[in-house]
Design a protein around this ligand. Structure first.
Ligand code: 15L
Length: 269
């Protein structure tokens, strides 16, 4: 059974990885953690392998013998197309292709809200909306979602693609009142994906139970995700004087916030 095998966790070296690693070991046992640069000593129950996901042979070594895959590796911000191509597009392809060949999975893939960042704050989205990336980074996440779809339809590799909002300890910005995903709720979401009796290829929003959320997981009833946290409890700290932002500023108007606003010079129609 794939689930008796170690869980592969790509992108394990970041802040989120540091928080998730001990909890994943507690829930799933043996963890094979990887990142592109050294991130310190292994925890009990953990094997660390430093690897570049753009290197197909290295990814084969990561995936061979693994069961569940939590694919959070890659670049998490906007940068040059060359870097996005290597880390996110080629890296994600290598993970899926190795999973297919080695019979690994299911895969929980960290997509991002930036795959749908050009919807406005007045739009309410579920999993059925088309992608509207706000950056090359967002395009790479939309690519990952499409790749997950292909690998399920053609090869039966099951995936959950998480359009994660803002995963951080606390919300600190007015936008986060809509986008915040607490670490605990992110862990709940990962667990709900792996517990789903039929994952198929499911798109989910990685978001807490925020009063101001723009996103609904109603179109993914096969995953029993019950977020417990709500950014609204931080409202008085985040917007002590109310929401005074210019609602026509692209960084405010669109869900992707600063990713939309960067280099935004759209011509008038
Ligand atoms: C993301 O996808 C980024 O990885 C993260 O750094 C945040 O910018 C987040 O989205 C967000 O939209 O707040």
């Amino acid at each position: 059974m794939a689930n008796d095998r170690p869980t592969l966790f790509t992108g394990a070296g970041g802040i989120l990885g540091k928080w998730l690693r001990p909890r994943l070991i507690e829930t799933y046992g043996a963890l094979r953690s990887t990142d592109i640069v050294d991130f310190g000593p292994a925890l009990p129950g953990e094997e660390i392998i430093i690897a570049d996901l753009a290197d197909a042979a290295a990814v084969d070594r990561l995936v061979e013998g693994a069961g569940r895959i939590i694919h959070f590796g890659g670049i998490s911000y906007e940068t040059s197309f060359d870097q996005i191509l290597s880390s996110n597009i080629l890296g994600t392809y290598n993970v899926y292709e190795a999973a297919r060949r080695f019979g690994a999975g299911p895969i929980v893939y960290a997509s991002s809200n930036h795959a749908i960042g050009f919807y406005t704050r007045d739009d309410r989205l579920d999993a059925n909306v088309r992608t509207r990336p706000d950056s090359l980074y967002g395009v790479s996440k939309a690519f990952g979602e499409d790749l997950a779809s292909l690998y399920y339809d053609k090869y039966g590799v099951e995936s959950a693609c998480l359009r994660i909002g803002t995963a951080r300890l606390d919300p600190i910005d007015p936008r986060h009142l809509s986008t915040w995903h607490s670490y605990e709720d992110l862990l709940r979401l990962i667990e709900a994906c792996f517990n789903a009796p039929r994952l198929g290829c499911t798109i989910l929003y990685g978001v807490s139970n925020n009063d101001r959320s723009w996103w609904s997981n109603a179109a993914a009833p096969n995953v029993d995700y019950r977020p417990q946290d709500n950014a609204e409890s931080f409202k008085d700290v985040v917007i002590p004087d109310g929401d005074t932002r210019d609602m026509e500023d692209p960084a405010v108007k669109y869900q992707g916030g600063p990713f939309v606003a960067a280099d935004y010079v759209r011509r008038k129609a």
